[in-house]
Design a protein around this ligand. Structure first.
Ligand code: NAI
Length: 479
């Protein structure tokens, strides 16, 4: 258990291909590259040990190497069993100066198609530093933060809660890991957490978990909610998904989207991107919502709003984007059309009841190819489930493209610098980056798109009550 391997990826011989794609991505990630230039001399992350749990893609490789360029030591795992791009993982492990035979990069623990046990082992490796824990965490969905907190909880209680029949397979795996570390290296999680100055969290679902922990008084270190920077959730969640949703559906099925009936569950930031993307392909898109405001937005945007039950007889394609559980259940899937495509783009796989589907009496599963399964019901009709209910844009395709990830990851880098150098500004709790930094991230991306900003003159600035150099909006402004 105490043995810490150097790294673990699928295939180091993919490193050269990975490096080529990283080089291409750098050009498309002007925000990250501007931060590298700006901090080349001061290296504000010098001495920081950063543990990351975030989809190990080409774009994430540029993030990792930016953190390294700013002085950090980094260890990394993916935050999903299917989302790693093996060539990106290999290139990061080899590093720009290394070779396949002499890797000199960052310890990465990630490959596409991990088992749940391997996944949690990788997360644990990313958090394990010689002699202790990380100074900083980059998290996406909160698994790294949750493992640290649960480890500490178990050590304080001196025991791991006993397994119950209601546990998911994943919960059983985590408990087994915790029980083993309690036995093999008692106190390791409390030791690890002592050095942590904070976590920056990437996504809606992870942020929800952080606010829960804060409310219950269990949060052990400061957290920055990166998701709710405007330049994250109003860009990545929306425009990123607008690109990568249909990419996932196309690579998985190549089914024509035009003319089909598509249902998008949830009309938040991600749902808005999904609906626009499917409509762009000519689908007839219907939205489901629980929130009257988002339902009204969908209606005003021209989408019918209905319940999933109403749509089952006609839907050719159903996508969940709610961040909520049990959205598509087995009884829904049993009523869908033959070869209806079912996928989730929310963070966790509990949006689609996969356990219920596999337990459906008489059901048969046929693997068409990795991350594409045909589930045939006893009456002979079948549905196509993408990525076993896990986020399909990363499971069936390669996630969001570089440019939009540059806006997200510029926020991540700034958040890491803030947590490392400005501890007094961020006591234990969940924080957002100040608006001037949000505007700075946007600014870093304007030149590349040929945007010419209009400048306020002093009279105008005084008239609307803002400084000439910003911030331009009050906190309550919603964009
Ligand atoms: P959001 O909170 O803006 O939107 C979710 C929407 O779903 C809300 O409007 C909510 O009212 C609605 N909803 C909740 N329960 C529902 C139900 N039972 N039926 C219908 N609608 C329901 O959240 P956001 O930012 O859109 O994120 C959604 C999920 O996507 C999260 O899990 C987030 O972490 C994840 N995400 C995934 C990305 C990807 O690349 N796959 C990128 C960004 C976020």
């Amino acid at each position: 258990d105490l043995h810490i391997p150097a790294f673990k990826v699928a295939d180091l011989s993919l490193a050269e291909f990975g490096r080529q794609e990283i080089d291409l991505a750098e050009h498309e990630m002007p925000g990250l590259m501007a931060l590298r230039r700006e901090y080349a001399d001061t290296a504000p992350l010098r001495g920081a040990r950063i543990s990351g749990s975030l989809h190990m893609t080409v774009q994430t490789a540029v993030l990792i190497e930016t953190l390294v360029a700013l002085g950090a030591e980094v260890r990394w795992a993916s935050c999903n069993i299917f989302s790693t791009q093996d060539h990106a993982a290999a290139a990061v492990a080899v590093g720009p100066a290394g070779t396949e035979h002499e890797p000199r990069g960052v310890p990465v623990f990630a490959w596409k198609g991990e088992s749940l046990r391997e996944y949690w082992w990788c997360t644990q490796q990313a958090l394990s530093w010689p002699g202790g824990g990380p100074d900083l965490i980059v998290d996406d969905g909160g698994d790294a933060t949750s493992l640290l907190h649960r480890g500490v909880e178990c050590e304080r209680a001196g025991t791991v809660p006993p397994p119950s029949a209601a546990d998911s397979e994943e919960e059983a795996v985590v408990r087994e890991l915790l029980a083993r570390s309690l036995e093999m290296s008692p106190g390791r999680w409390q030791e690890a957490v002592r050095s942590v100055r904070g976590v920056s969290e990437e996504t809606t679902t992870g942020v929800l978990r952080l606010y829960d922990m804060e409310r219950e008084g269990g949060l052990l270190f400061p957290a920055i909610n990166v998701n709710d920077s405007v330049t994250k959730s109003k860009f990545d969640n929306r425009y990123g998904v607008r690109h990568s949703l249909i990419d996932g559906i196309n690579r998985a099925t190549d089914v024509l989207i035009g003319g089909k009936t598509a249902v998008v569950c949830g009309y938040g930031d991600v749902g808005k991107g999904c609906a626009e993307s499917l409509r762009g392909q000519g689908a007839k898109v219907t939205v489901t919502e629980i929130d009257p405001i988002c339902a009204l937005q969908a209606a005003m945007d021209g989408y019918p709003v209905a319940t999933l039950e109403e749509m089952l007889p006609s839907a050719d394609l159903v996508v969940t984007a709610t961040g909520n559980r049990d959205i598509i259940r087995a009884e829904h899937m049993a009523l869908m059309k033959h070869q209806a495509v079912v996928g989730n783009i929310g963070h966790f796989d509990n949006e689609i009841d996969m356990a219920g589907l596999s337990a459906f009496p008489g059901i048969r599963r046929t693997r068409v190819k990795p991350q594409v399964d045909l589930w045939t019901f006893p009456d002979g009709h079948a549905i196509i489930v993408l990525s076993e209910g896990r986020l399909l844009n990363l499971g069936n395709a390669t996630g969001h493209p570089s440019f939009v990830m540059s806006t997200s990851f510029a926020n991540q880098v700034i958040a890491q610098i803030e947590l490392f150098t400005g501890a007094q500004k961020y006591p234990v709790g969940v924080h957002r980056l100040p608006k001037h930094l949000d505007e700075r991230v946007a600014r870093l991306h304007l030149d590349a798109l040929g945007v010419h900003l209009t400048e306020l003159d002093q009279r105008q600035a005084d008239y609307i009550g803002v400084p000439v150099e910003g911030p331009y909006k009050p906190e309550h402004y919603r964009y």
